[in-house]
Design a protein around this ligand. Structure first.
Ligand code: C2O
Ligand code: CU
Length: 459
């Protein structure tokens, strides 16, 4: 693949007037730390003046912010929140990575109308993990997310607490995405049906920020909130993966570079103990010349904590069968198995509590970050492409990045709620284009399917 950087550089050399891809603002702005959500007020989707777009209006934000406030809940607690739509269009509030009952899942079939408010309530029956929330309205998800809607959702639990992971100032939440800025501070949406990418990277809503960290081990909790961009991250100091979408991995895995597709999350330990105070290192992406974040090192209190060799216990799903139970072909930019999305069509029913083997396949075309609602899965095989399951794809996942040509097999079990859920590509322009389908899960799958079909048709 020719590097995007080089292509743009040569276009600029041809006098096409493109702004430099990677000219970092100087001085670099401070990296903002997302504020925690205050549950006494509704979470409001609203129009916003976004700093990265020069403070011009035209952006969107949760509570006026991009990223939105960080929601924090403990495992076992009840999640109760009011959500409000102050936009002039429909939206939904989807809790990505949370296993929620259908009615609370923020699916396109249940929009929150402009000027209205809803209360959402469900128990958190899953372990510690970094999840997130974003809009999911039928056909308008990509534009709303691009305009600035998205925020972090953190679950904590006792298993994680016991590890004594870096916390407080030593735990950094990083929401990565990209944007396109035109003229003086205008947010552009250069729509591409095959996935829109922008020329500037944003970290927590800021272009090329800087921050200062102690020469200790720090925990980086990363979300890729981009519509379509895949980030390939590296840092000038040792990096270890300790978790991903569904929480902690069984054991830490040191890496040189780590890849994160749209909607995926990473939990990393960055070891700055060997970095000389007074110097700086960069958190880098392979496509951008300038570091995404410039990290200045300062002296820190001595750090004798070591990453535990065992991080968590993960029950390996076991499938009793040889072949896949279902095969999903992702082709072009708008269909799965030859069909586009129809909110009223329910494609199949999954027996509640049964482990199924699903195969995601495409012969050609772009990478697809494939996401399932209602359950987490385990990636067990990749064939025909990269040929291996990457270390950061082990454990529990809710989104898997599938390249082409390639087939990826996952094991999945729905055992939390019976109901209707979605399978879709999380490249948001593909999702809006129709690369999405509905299914149901139920103890009596046939009955669940018939009920859901009638409901879908007649409300
Ligand atoms: Cu993050 Cu169906 O979405
Ligand atoms: Cu796709």
């Amino acid at each position: 693949m020719p590097s995007r950087r080089r292509t743009l550089a040569s276009m600029a050399a041809l006098g096409l007037g493109l702004p430099a891809l990677a000219a970092a603002p100087s001085p670099r702005p401070e990296l903002p730390r997302p504020a925690e959500f205050d549950f006494s007020r509704p979470l409001t989707a609203t129009r916003a003046r976004l700093p990265f777009a020069g403070g011009q209006s035209g952006g969107y934000g949760y509570d006026g912010l991009c990223p939105g406030p960080l929601i924090r809940v403990r495992s076992g607690a009840e999640f109760r929140i009011r959500v409000a739509n102050a936009l002039r269009e429909e939206t939904t509030f989807h809790w990505h990575g949370l296993v929620a009952p259908t009615a609370a899942d923020g699916q396109p079939q249940a929009p929150v109308l402009p000027g209205t408010e809803q209360e959402i309530c469900f128990p958190i029956r899953q372990r510690a993990a970094l999840s997130w929330y974003h809009p999911h309205p039928h056909g308008a998800t990509a534009r709303q997310a691009w305009n600035g809607l998205g925020g972090l959702f953190v679950i904590n639990d006792a298993e994680e607490d016991a590890l004594d992971l870096p916390a407080g100032d030593d735990e950094l939440f990083l929401v990565l995405r990209d944007a396109q800025i035109g003229g003086p501070g205008r947010l552009l949406y250069p729509f591409d049906p095959d996935g829109t990418e922008g020329r500037v990277p944003l970290v927590n809503g800021v272009i090329n920020p800087r921050t200062e960290l102690p020469a200790r081990q720090v925990r980086l909790r990363i979300l890729n909130a981009a519509n379509a961009r895949v980030f390939r991250l590296s840092a000038g100091a040792p990096l270890t993966v300790i978790g991903n979408d569904g929480g902690l991995l069984p054991a830490p895995v040191p890496v040189n570079e780590v890849q994160i597709g749209p909607a995926e999350r990473l939990d990393l330990i960055l070891d700055l103990r060997g970095a000389p105070p007074g110097g700086s290192i960069g958190l880098r992406d392979a496509d951008f010349e300038e570091p995404l974040v410039d990290i200045a090192i300062r002296a820190g209190a001595p750090d004798r904590w070591e990453i535990p060799a065992r991080l968590s216990r993960i029950e390996p799903l076991v499938h009793d069968g040889t072949g896949p139970d279902r095969v999903f072909r992702f082709e072009g930019d708008s269909s799965i198995n030859g069909q586009g999305f129809d909110p009223r069509r329910i494609d199949f029913a999954i027996p509640f509590g049964k482990v199924e083997r699903w195969r995601f396949y495409s012969a050609q075309g772009a990478p697809h970050p494939i996401h399932v609602h209602g359950a987490h899965f385990q990636v067990i095989a990749r064939e025909g492409g990269r040929g291996r399951v990457e270390p950061w794809e082990t454990g529990w996942k809710d989104t898997v990045l599938k390249w082409a040509p390639e087939q990826v097999d996952v094991l999945i079990r729905f055992d939390a709620y019976e109901g209707r859920y979605l399978l879709h590509c999380h490249k948001l322009e593909h999702e809006d284009g129709g690369m999405m389908l509905n299914f149901v899960t139920g103890r009596d799958p046939q009955a669940a399917l018939e009920r859901a079909r009638i409901e879908a048709l007649y409300g």
